[in-house]
Design a protein around this ligand. Structure first.
Ligand SMILES: Cc1cc2nc3c(=O)[nH]c(=O)nc-3n(C[C@H](O)[C@H](O)[C@H](O)COP(=O)(O)O)c2cc1C
Length: 437
């Protein structure tokens, strides 16, 4: 069936040169007034939601690279999003939280609170923590093994569901006449005893307005895709080209069907958008952003991506043959392939890797809208998670130029359909309840 409307989400810019771009606010992500303006711009433009990524440690990286990164220190999403809920009315608010370094009770409580105080706008990006340096902040000498992390995540999810079902919707009668505050038969004690968690419950927050927050997942591995298909409603992905995005889309829907899900998953690739009045101007802007990435820091980042120190090669020369290493193989192959396909020098390659390497739409408002429409109509995506060239300017340009174009094509709402995030995404009530693991 041909899809007719796009889901639009946005996240802070991750391009390493974004904070230095002329007109960008260098400390955007940690400045409340800036984040408030950003959320309000997105809401005026009828975006579905704002997504905040998160990690629980500064990555171990050479100081030369680390000291130049604008995402090194941010605000806790579950502190920032409730504040943004108070200054918006319709925007979905997606917090990233790890199942590896959290306990379900406290996270269920915080997300239920965000959902209630925002009028049903909470989302949870369930991550198992891709940053291995988080372990050292939680008394562990090693990061939990990948499969074990997903095993824990599965039980974590079940406990969260159980806790969010602690109260029936109408459990709180608050009858001042009789003095009865709630109806005991409408409270469920969980009594979960599993491999990783023992949680009695019930949760001491009322049932979330959306029954449970919208669950988002971005697992790319076999285990990651599987848990996403079984538990998530929205899938984030880093698909970079249409053919592989089509395969991924079909694979995820198939897995969801096999898992007994009756509702299609919403598949949302991340995209870096750079706008100009002409294609040439947008491309020049993209080059300018890449040039703002410091040379020493991007060479260090390229060495990490390749699993091989390239410091002693001529940065202006081509990438030599890189020996195999114990670092990520698929990541290394992608980088080597990029250098070959585009015939890049070591320095240009390093700038690309360190800047942003993923799906990008660089062009005019019209051409960006064309590409988004094409991906939607081909069935490769249900929408996009947008990173702007710089902030706040990149978001304002998108809202003023691309959004009216999408609206004129009937691809984006001109006003919100409902109040809750779930309604605006076109998701029905959660299908799944607590099931013991
Ligand atoms: C758009 C997007 C955003 C992500 N945000 C985070 C994040 O904030 N924190 C995190 O630890 N991982 C994040 N990830 C990584 C995923 O959670 C996941 O670890 C990664 O896709 C690798 O999949 P795998 O763990 O199944 O191998 C993100 C991935 C995508 C595609």
């Amino acid at each position: 069936m041909k899809k007719t409307s796009l889901i639009l989400l946005a996240m802070p810019s991750i391009h390493a040169g974004a904070w230095r771009y002329p007109g960008a606010h260098p400390g955007f992500q940690t400045d409340f007034e800036q984040m408030k303006g950003f959320a309000q711009t997105l809401e005026r433009a009828c975006f579905d939601g704002l997504f905040l990524p998160d990690t629980l440690a500064i990555r171990a990286a050479p100081m030369e690279a680390l000291m130049r990164g604008h995402s090194v220190a941010t605000l806790d999403p579950l502190t920032l999003l409730p504040a943004l809920a108070a200054v918006t009315q319709n925007l979905g608010l997606i917090a990233t939280a790890s199942t590896t370094y959290n306990e379900p009770y406290i996270l269920a409580r915080r997300l239920a609170s965000l959902d209630r105080l925002s009028g049903g706008r909470a989302g949870w990006n369930l991550v198992t923590s891709s940053n291995s340096n988080e372990a050292a902040n939680f008394g562990l000498s090693e990061h939990m093994e990948h499969g074990a992390r997903y095993h824990r995540a599965r039980e974590f999810c079940a406990v969260m569901d159980g806790l969010w079902e602690s109260w029936d919707e109408d459990a709180f009668c608050r009858d001042a006449q009789t003095g009865q505050y709630f109806e005991p038969s409408k409270m469920q004690v969980l009594n979960h005893h599993g491999e990783h968690f023992s949680v009695r419950g019930p949760l001491n927050v009322e049932r979330p307005i959306q029954t449970r927050p919208v669950i988002v997942q971005a697992g790319a591995s076999e285990a990651g895709r599987q848990i996403a298909a079984e538990t998530a409603e929205v899938i984030f992905t880093y698909q970079t080209d249409l053919p592989s995005a089509l395969v991924f889309y079909a694979d995820m829907q198939k897995r969801a069907q096999v898992a007994g899900r009756s509702q299609a998953l919403k598949i949302i690739p991340a995209v870096f958008v750079v706008l100009g009045d002409s294609l040439e101007q947008a491309q020049a802007k993209r080059r300018q952003l890449d040039e703002l990435v410091d040379e020493a820091s991007c060479l260090a980042t390229l060495s990490i991506a390749l699993g091989h120190d390239i410091a002693h090669y001529d940065p202006a020369g081509p990438l030599p043959d890189i020996p195999d290493s114990n670092a990520s193989k698929s990541g290394r192959d992608r980088v080597v392939q990029l250098a070959k396909t585009e015939n890049l020098s070591i320095l240009d390659l390093a700038r690309r890797i360190c800047g942003y390497q993923g799906l990008e739409m660089v062009g005019t408002a019209n051409s960006v809208a064309d590409q988004m429409q094409h991906w939607l109509e081909q069935g490769a995506a249900d929408g996009f998670n947008i990173m702007f060239s710089h902030l706040p300017g990149g978001a304002t340009e998108f809202a003023e130029q691309v959004v009216p174009e999408l609206q004129a094509r009937g691809l984006l709402r001109t006003q919100y359909e409902g109040r809750s995030f779930r309604e605006n995404l076109g998701l029905s009530k959660p299908e799944r309840g607590y099931s013991r693991i």
